[in-house]
Design a protein. Structure first.
Length: 254
């Protein structure tokens, strides 16, 4: 929370309402009022009121017992895309990069221990990266997430890794804290990152940092591709320069 904002100035009902929306995910696409109450520490009566309010507004639907989000929730994300200069500036460059390299590209930011994907340009390939605007991944499994974590100081990085509580998503996922830190420190030294099969088997990510015209870190630009497409060294040689060229052009616009 912004330290300049006083708790007395906050509308707690709005905060809780947003928490209710965010409580629904892949693991819990539908919930009863009792399940929601347990998940975000609400009374059953309060959970019911929030669910009914969101249903009345069209953000949720119900069969009388279970509740789930409706497509109207997507308007919240579209409002950000429409009102923010950042995705409108980055998206055309991502599309151009995808056309040049023939691979899917994306832009992500680090939000606590998650990599949040803001913009994406998908290549015309059978391989689906499963990444679209709004996708959130454990940052320790994401090339962009690790690269952005490399900008933390050493003590903050240690705390970040501990808070991330790494667990295996594939047989290749790095979960040992010391090994994960070495991988992240290598990215800090190289000024780019590469990972393979960390969240999804057979998927490689290559990322570079994106800065604005004042040299502030904005996020990370990435290419997602099949591991089988080429060797890691060939991918680095081909794609890192293209990513850096795109980042340099964007830095002049941001």
């Amino acid at each position: 929370m912004n330290d300049e904002i006083k708790p007395s100035d906050l509308v707690d009902g709005l905060r809780k309402g947003l928490e209710v929306i965010l409580a629904f995910d892949d693991a819990s696409p539908q919930m009863t009022q009792s399940e929601l109450a347990l998940r975000i520490d609400l009374s059953r009566a309060a959970a019911r009121r929030y669910l009914l309010t969101l249903t009345a507004l069209g953000y949720m639907a119900s069969d009388g017992k279970n509740f789930w989000l409706t497509p109207k929730v997507m308007q919240l994300g579209r409002s950000f895309t429409a009102s923010s200069r950042l995705p409108r500036t980055i998206q055309p460059e991502l599309q151009a990069l995808t056309e040049r390299c023939g691979e899917s590209t994306n832009f992500a930011v680090l939000e606590d221990t998650e990599a949040v994907y803001v913009c994406c340009a998908n290549a015309n390939r059978l391989l689906s990266t499963g990444i679209e605007p709004g996708t959130r991944l454990p940052a320790y499994t994401s090339t962009a997430g690790r690269l952005l974590a490399s900008f933390l100081d050493d003590h903050a990085l240690d705390r970040w890794i501990k808070k991330s509580a790494p667990r295996a998503h594939t047989t290749f996922t790095v979960t040992e804290p010391a090994t994960l830190k070495r991988e992240i420190m290598r990215m800090r030294k190289q000024a780019y990152g590469i990972t393979e099969s960390q969240f999804e088997p057979g998927l490689r990510g290559i990322s570079v940092p994106l800065r604005d015209s004042a040299n502030n870190l904005v996020g990370a630009l990435s290419v997602s591709m099949a591991v089988s497409a080429m060797t890691a060294s060939s991918a680095i040689k081909k794609l890192v320069p293209l990513l850096n060229e795109t980042a340099a052009r964007l830095a002049q616009k941001l």
